[in-house]
Design a protein around this ligand. Structure first.
Ligand SMILES: [Zn+2]
Length: 84
């Protein structure tokens, strides 16, 4: 079995517990790396959740009583923000 360290890659016996060159513990299983399929699926789920969340929040905000349901607040509702 090859040493998993990228700086070492020493070939060790299958039964070896530690790398004979760098001393790395070989009993630890190699780290899992996400492949393209995992990225595609995870990003797809995230985008779907964000899209659903956006429409849910938009719908929920429209259910608020007037004038809190207005997304673009008219200037006459905020006279204290008037310029000059
Ligand atoms: Zn090694």
């Amino acid at each position: 079995m090859k040493c998993p360290s990228p700086n070492c890659t020493q070939d060790n016996k299958e039964t070896a517990k530690v790398c004979k060159k760098c001393g790395l513990d070989l009993s630890v299983p190699p780290a899992w790396f996400p492949d393209f399929k995992w990225h595609a699926r995870t990003l797809g789920i995230l985008y779907a959740l964000i899209t659903v969340f956006y429409f849910t929040v938009t719908f929920a905000l429209r259910q608020l009583p007037k004038p809190y349901n207005i997304r673009h607040i008219p200037a006459e509702l905020t006279p204290w923000l008037k310029k000059g």
